[in-house]
Design a binder for this molecule. Structure first.
Ligand code: SF4
Length: 508
């Protein structure tokens, strides 16, 4: 492993803002935050995949993967990060290294040419260049090629030296955050900074969730200077060092980035969530209070309270007809990170009972919040095998499973409705509007009459009593050669239609 990569990993694995990490021994810290991958088990993704997840939502840059073709196939478009403009991020660029390139050592030359071709054809504001297992093992100096190409072509070329073997997807998220800190943030100055500029970190605008929150911020006059990295533009990310406050949405993925912004540029951060009515209001209040502390006009607090009151009233009015339809329903929640507590509190607001919630990818702070909300930790679990999930669904009498796509078939097998709340979902559920949409989705699922049909006995299992009593089947008795012998001879015509002999019924 290259020394620069080793140093970058050591930096992100020593995360002073993470209580769990600080409490670990040196040995445990080296293993990273999540379980190491089992060779051959593709589920979960590699570190390169994690870096792509973090950086790909920067929508106006070219993402060039320096690797054989298959690595891009692993990571391309694997999340529904939406863009309000440029679509370049969804074009897959790769150097597509072949065996001959590797054997002959043509990798660096091919990468330089690919950079030239991409910049000439698309003129992007920057190109992100991803190293992968193969090119890290062959020792291609991606940083040197990026430096040369940036000088020659006048476009920033950002080396993302996060090969898959570096570790887990989560480690890849963090290393990508470090790349932004080291190479991008601070390279562009905003024309007119304002005291209400913020960063939002860790919201990837999945299915357009950021757009459900942005109108609220617009009404308060708060500008999202750096959205890292949902619907982001390169220049916008590069200006993030001038924001006044950072909101960290998914602490597990990018806490190092929030802390780095605080240490290097003096931007304080807070953790918050836009899932659920109360959590959205809390996040807005905290954001406004911190902005006022850092120089925004004090009337921001009053305007925030007025907006919260108006939006909460509108959301509760929209939820009123839905609430009786979902109240009392039992939910098994299998998600992760901040959603493990923010969705719990949102469901409890609706009178739903959470029979269990997973704490995958959740920090200790996330777990404390779950305990506080559920008032017990008896219903918290980490990873769960499909068999256990099936048993829990059945034994707890859950009315609905809310999870990611991989668990949907367990729910279907248990004949329980399923609502997608993970990154692959097609509906956004953020902010006040999103909460109403989520409850509509739950209502559609749990009250669909199909489930009553599915759980009732199949028509062929519900037969009337036998109309005719027939002689029992006798094991070992051939119906042909024994035709006409005891115990009873069915009509010959019903058994055979022509001459036959023992060879026709070899099983007899
Ligand atoms: S970076 Fe490595 S682990 Fe990841 S997809 Fe490519 S070869 Fe596989």
């Amino acid at each position: 492993m290259a020394e620069t990569l080793k140093a970058a990993i050591a930096t992100v694995l020593h995360e002073p803002a993470c209580a769990v990490n600080v409490a670990k021994t040196d040995g445990a810290r080296k293993k990273g935050c999540t379980k190491q991958l089992t060779p051959g088990a593709a589920a979960g993704g590699c570190a390169f995949d994690g870096a792509m997840i973090t950086l790909q939502p920067i929508v106006d840059v070219a993402h060039l993967v320096h690797a054989p073709l298959a690595c891009w196939g692993n990571g391309w478009d694997n999340r529904g990060s939406a863009s309000s403009g440029p679509q370049l991020y969804r074009t897959g660029f790769t150097t597509d290294l072949g065996e001959l390139d590797i054997v002959m050592g043509h990798g660096e030359r091919k990468l330089y040419r690919a950079l030239r071709e991409v910049i000439a054809a698309y003129n992007p504001p920057a190109v992100f260049v991803y190293a992968t297992c193969v090119t890290a093992l062959t020792g291609d100096d991606v940083e040197a090629v990026c430096k040369a190409a940036a000088q020659d072509f006048g476009t920033p070329c950002i080396p993302v030296n996060v090969p898959g073997f570096a570790g887990s997807k989560n480690l890849g998220n963090k290393l990508a955050g470090q790349v932004l800190l080291d190479h991008v943030i601070g390279t562009v100055e905003p024309e007119a900074p304002t005291p209400c500029d913020i960063n939002i970190i860790g919201d990837f605008n999945l299915s357009g969730e950021l757009w459900q929150v942005k109108p609220l911020l617009d009404r308060l006059g708060i500008r999202v200077l750096g959205a890292i990295t949902g619907d982001a533009r390169y220049r916008q990310v590069a200006m993030a060092h001038r924001a006044r406050v950072t909101m960290l949405v998914c602490s597990q993925a990018l806490i190092n980035l929030a802390r780095g912004l605080e240490e290097r540029h003096g931007i304080p951060f807070f953790e918050g969530s836009f899932y659920g009515i109360s959590d959205t209001s809390d996040a807005l209040r905290t954001m406004c209070r911190m902005l006022v502390d850092r120089g925004a006009a004090p009337d921001l607090l009053d305007r925030c309270e007025a907006l919260v009151a108006e939006e909460e009233a509108r959301a509760r009015a929209a939820l009123a007809p839905l609430k009786p339809r979902v109240a009392g329903k039992r939910v098994l929640l299998y998600t992760g990170g901040h959603k493990s507590w923010s969705v719990v509190s949102a469901l409890q607001e609706l009178g739903m009972e959470v029979v269990g919630t997973s704490t995958r990818k959740a920090t200790e702070a996330d777990k404390d919040r779950i305990r506080e909300i559920m008032q017990t930790d008896a219903h918290m679990f980490d990873n769960m095998a499909p068999r256990e999930m099936y048993a829990l669904l059945r034994d707890s009498g859950a009315d609905v499973l809310m999870s990611g796509g991989r668990s949907q078939f367990v729910a279907l097998k248990a004949r329980v409705p399923w609502v997608d709340v993970n990154q692959e979902k097609h509906e956004p559920y953020a902010g006040y509007v999103g909460m109403v949409d989520l409850v509509r989705a739950i209502d559609r699922a749990v009250n669909n009459p199909m489930w009553a049909d599915l759980r009732s006995p199949a028509p062929w299992d519900d037969r009337p009593p036998a109309a005719v009593v027939l002689p029992p089947l006798t094991a070992g008795r051939c119906p042909v050669v024994h035709a006409g012998t005891a115990p009873a001879a069915p009509p010959a015509a019903a058994l055979v239609s022509g001459p036959s002999d023992r060879a026709d019924f070899e099983d007899c």
